[in-house]
Design a protein around this ligand. Structure first.
Ligand code: CA
Length: 225
């Protein structure tokens, strides 16, 4: 399968790396495995993978630094693997540019589901339209609809929703969102939570199901669950 998506696995625990590798191959993906950060980075440069599964606790060069360096040149989806109860690490990883995270031990089904979601991440079409489930955003006309119902949004609300809708399934930390949508703020405000509240009220005004979900201790994600 020449056109199978290539997934780079960067994980120093060989048992885990081997397990993920076997499962991904069984699903029809092409894979490349690296056991430390430096090797992972050069594999990224040489192979241009379609997605990266990146452990954070790595020898030589840690995962946060690897994510940072990859993000300087690429938007490739990065799913990080973190140790249990290391909330700071998760947030740091997301702020470094990772798209999503899984806490060890994770189920392989969960990893496969996240990989599928990130590989089909939408990019705006030529008409400037973004669709996620029944949400449609017309980026040129600055209009949003849910199941055909027009949703009135302020400029900031639109910008926030657009940030989420351009990367469905991507987990955003509060810091990440604030930097993008409210660069004039210095951080530590509750503006993100307040505006997510506004958006939810408008998006769910007719009892529609929730699209913007809270990721405890981290931030928010837009996905159809
Ligand atoms: Ca590790």
């Amino acid at each position: 399968m020449d056109d199978a998506p290539l997934i780079l696995i960067v994980e120093d625990e060989k048992e885990i790396a081997k397990f993920i590798d076997l499962e991904l191959r069984a699903e029809g993906y092409a894979t490349e495995v690296a056991y430390d950060g430096v090797t992972g980075l050069s594999a990224f440069r040489e192979k241009a993978p379609d997605l990266i599964v990146l452990d954070l606790m790595l020898p030589v060069l840690d995962g946060i630094e690897v994510a940072h360096r990859i993000r300087k040149t690429s938007n490739v989806p990065i799913v990080i693997l973190t140790a249990k109860d290391r909330v700071d690490e998760k947030v740091e990883g997301l702020d470094a540019g990772a798209d999503d995270y899984l806490v060890k031990p994770f189920s392989i089904e969960e990893l496969l589901a996240r990989i599928r979601a990130h590989l089909r991440r939408v990019t705006p079409s030529v008409t400037g339209e973004v669709r996620v489930a029944d949400l449609v955003m017309n980026l040129d006309g600055r209009e949003a609809f849910r199941d055909g119902r027009r949703i009135e949004l302020s400029a900031k609300e639109f910008e926030l929703l657009e940030t989420f809708a351009r990367s469905p399934g991507k987990v955003f930390s509060r810091f990440d969102i604030e930097e993008k949508v409210w660069p004039e703020y210095t951080g530590g405000s509750n503006v993100v939570d307040v505006y997510v509240g506004y958006l939810r009220r408008k998006l769910e005004a007719e009892g529609e199901r929730r699209l913007i979900h809270t990721v405890r201790g981290v931030g928010y994600v837009l996905r159809d669950e």
